[in-house]
Ligand binder design. Sequence first.
Ligand SMILES: C[S@@+](CC[C@H](N)C(=O)[O-])C[C@H]1O[C@@H](n2cnc3c(N)ncnc32)[C@H](O)[C@@H]1O
Length: 166
Amino acid sequence: MNPKNPKLKYKKIWQFPQETHDFIKPMIKGRSLHVCCGNSLLCDIRVDIEEQEIQKSKPGFILGDMFDLNKVLNKHGIQKQSFDFVLCDPVWNLGYHVRHLLIYQLRDQIKPGGTLVFNCLWFPKIKTMKLEDMYVGLNNMAWRNVSLIGIYKKVQSQFNFNDSQD
Ligand SMILES: C[S@@+](CC[C@H](N)C(=O)[O-])C[C@H]1O[C@@H](n2cnc3c(N)ncnc32)[C@H](O)[C@@H]1O
């Protein structure tokens, strides 16, 4: 027995703190998609590479890889640009070289005029999407990474981006 008695408390990691859940929930409007949903039941369609038990309690979970998001959704009859709201809470330490592979597919799924909420410790820059707001999840743990919640509005469809530049 360790005499230090550190009073460890184990809780699930990789799960939204309740405050993050409560902060994001009111932003969800219209048809919604959550990529890397983990244990969260937020949104109509939820995608993750692992199915957590809780996902069985609500329809809309799709097992799939975020890097194949367009293909995964298409297999379920979901066309690109069909969501008003997309939420993504990815693994935070994604390599630089793969970040765009996720970001462009999130963009593809959002309707023009729709919203992306992206929760990570880095934030994307996307040509057809305007960064409207950025929030930082302040916490009181020393030296910890913080969560940046970026809120983007899709201002233009990526599919006719070149046409409309003329
Ligand atoms: C930060 S956690 C998300 C936690 C979630 N927001 C919640 O409240 O439970 C990241 C999630 O990404 C998922 N994930 C990791 N790699 C993935 C991939 N290639 N495709 C889809 N999901 C992936 C993990 O299974 C994990 O559930």
